[in-house]
Design a protein around this ligand. Structure first.
Ligand code: FAD
Length: 591
């Protein structure tokens, strides 16, 4: 049996595994990725990519390539609820409500001030091939599709895995120092004994991915997703239609996906022949003849692994947590896991940090996943409120139809019903305007040196994000100027390196950082942001956001999160900086 030795074995070529491969390569770490399928997934699944994920992709030069291919923000700026797409009856093609989403429309300014990146729509069916191409182009990475993890054992020094090459049916051994289990929970977690607990089997869903020209039916180009609620479509009447582009958007989108739920006990959910009549009925387009590209079955659940680390094996993405798709936190948080984990693996493998730094991956990311799961479950449940708001009574088409008439009626009751739905949408916003959930997650325990300030209260409805340089939080974005060009504070953080942001040369931080970096072997850039320096805070936003004085300093980790800050000048800058870095990297660093 042939053997391969590699520092990191990545199991799974979904968004999490592929991002891990690319992130590791760009931080100088060799890896082998194995994916059991011969090619990237054929179903669109995740579509929404948040501002935060785009920031991570920007750090690794992926963002521009995504924006070149993805859907412009204006086309994902609304979510809509309608009766039907076709038909010409009294209740057909009526819009119950339209809500702004994802930083589009009037939300644009509010979102733009907090990030250099816009959110976008880029289905997984296109994200994975792009990440695969970029990951495989790196010298440090080997990316093998059609290769499946069969089994593995671990000892004090590493992991030995048996991998099957499915094309030749031959097995080979891989010896790795660490394994990232990014396999969606199929093999690695069960093998180490991971237990995922939470809510399961909440709904049984079918997704039909198809090509069709639907332009004649639409009257807008801005709805990323539309809920269709046609009570004539049967007792489980509702379906969700989402546009997918790829080259034309809005009503001219060439591809679409349609999700609908079946009763869990309905055997016809697995019969392909039953799906098209169902779609025709729900959309009320009897002659719809889509070119079906793929069909997927999935269940809605909200589960979290009891642990993320088993010795040299670390779980990430869907292998560690799975959420309802409401709020779009799945792939986004899977890529965020990869971002958190890979800088730590790189630091440990380069001898810059103690192995115990890897414990902070679970300490930091698991609470975020736990909160995301609850958020996604709540936003999933919010749809019951919307159903009530429009008057949908599942299982009773007659009553639903009567309620819909009442909703649209030009009388006092109609106005009351519409006002009630508008109030409900103040809650529903949690799903599509979760700006703080997306940007404001932070780490109170882990690879951070707390400064004793209390955790700030967050907006309970997840919308208002408050930037802060408090340790554990994401470095706030502010536009700066360097060589006449606009850059973000986040652009100052290079892959695999710390950066110390200072405000005044005389404060002594630059000399301290250079000495600590030299002694510890940890790369640390120093950036002075001042009117006299190369990087200038021309619009004064950073001065307001940094919270520390001009003589203070903010130490930012390679993943954009603040590790430590000094509110002002220190008598012993080298000593305090070395102490902070020791705490973050879990090793003794002498001043
Ligand atoms: C309908 C739907 C809509 C969604 N919408 C969104 C959204 O808008 N935004 C969002 O962020 N998320 C969304 N999600 C969630 C998102 O799809 C997942 O969270 C995401 O795919 C997780 O990525 P991953 O890489 O962790 O796992 P996966 O994508 O599951 O990838 C795991 C990979 O591991 C491979 N594998 C498994 N076992 C082995 C083995 N033994 N050897 C080798 N390879 C193996 C699998 O073949 C697979 O390719 C949605 C999900 C669904 C179903």
């Amino acid at each position: 049996m042939q053997d391969i030795e590699v520092p990191v074995l990545i199991v799974g070529g979904g968004g999490c595994g592929l991002a891990s491969s690319l992130f590791l390569s760009r931080q100088g770490i060799r890896s082998l990725l194995i994916e059991r399928h011969p090619a990237p997934g054929r179903l669109p699944k995740a579509r929404y990519v948040s501002q935060r994920t785009m920031e991570l992709l920007r750090q690794f030069d992926v963002a521009d390539r995504v924006y070149e291919r993805s859907m412009p923000l204006e086309h994902i700026s609304h979510i809509r609820w309608c009766t039907t797409l076709g038909g010409d009856g009294e209740m057909d093609r009526r819009t119950f409500y339209r809500i702004e989403s994802f930083g589009g429309g009037s939300l644009a300014q509010h979102y733009a001030k907090d990030s250099p990146c816009e959110s976008t729509l880029f289905p997984q069916v296109r994200m994975e091939p792009l990440l695969r191409e970029m990951a495989a182009a790196e010298d440090k990475a080997q990316v093998l599709y059609n290769h499946q993890l069969q089994s593995f054992t671990q000892d004090e020094h590493g992991v030995t895995a048996v991998v099957l090459d499915r094309a030749t049916d031959k097995e080979f051994r891989v010896r790795a120092k660490y394994v990232i289990g990014a396999d969606g929970g199929k093999t690695v977690g069960p093998a180490v004994g991971a237990v995922l607990t939470g809510a399961t089997d909440l709904a049984h869903m079918v997704t039909v991915y198809f090509r069709a020209d639907l332009s004649q039916y639409w009257d807008d180009d801005f709805s990323m997703t539309t809920w269709f609620v046609n009570p004539e479509g049967g007792s489980w009447a509702s379906g969700v239609l989402g546009q997918l582009g790829p080259t034309r958007f809005g009503r001219h989108s060439e591809e679409w996906m349609f999700h609908f739920s079946f009763r869990p006990d309905d055997p016809s959910r697995f019969e392909e022949a039953s799906l098209l009549p169902r779609m025709r009925e729900l959309l009320k387009i009897p002659d719809l003849t889509p070119d079906i590209i793929g069909i997927g079955h999935w269940t809605v659940e909200g589960v979290l692994a009891d642990r993320y680390r088993w010795g040299r094996v670390l779980l990430a993405g869907d292998a560690a947590h799975r959420h309802p798709p409401t709020t779009g936190l799945g792939l986004n948080s899977a890529i965020q896991d990869a971002h958190n984990l890979t800088w730590k693996l790189a630091a440990v493998l380069k001898g810059q940090a103690h192995d115990s730094l890897l414990d902070s991956y679970e300490a930091e990311r698991r609470p975020v996943a736990a909160a995301n799961i609850q958020w996604a479950l709540m936003t999933f449940q919010n749809h019951q409120l919307t159903d009530a708001g429009i008057g949908l009574v599942r299982g009773n088409a007659e009553l639903s139809q009567a309620n819909f008439r009442r909703y649209f009626a030009d009388n006092q009751e109609g106005r009351t019903r519409r006002a009630r739905l508008a109030q409900i949408m103040e809650v529903q916003r949690m799903e599509w305007q979760a700006h703080d959930i997306e940007l404001g997650y932070h780490y109170d325990i882990g690879a951070v040196m707390p400064d004793g300030t209390p955790t700030p209260e967050r907006d309970p409805l997840g919308q208002t994000y408050v930037p802060t340089t408090r340790p554990g939080h994401r470095l706030p974005h502010a536009w700066l100027e360097r060589d006449g060009k606009k850059i973000s504070t986040l652009d100052l953080v290079q892959p695999g390196a710390f950066v110390l942001l200072t405000g005044r040369k005389a404060s002594g931080w630059a000399e301290a950082a250079a000495a600590v970096a030299r002694k510890s072997g940890v790369p640390m850039a120093v950036v002075e942001i001042s009117d006299e320096a190369a990087v200038r805070d021309t619009d004064r936003t950073w001065r307001y956001l940094r919270a520390v004085s001009a003589d203070g300093a903010v130490l930012v980790r390679p993943d954009h999160h603040v590790g430590w800050r000094s509110m002002g000048r220190s008598d012993n800058p080298q000593g305090v900086l070395a102490a902070a870095l020791s705490k973050i990297l879990q090793r003794e660093i002498a001043a």
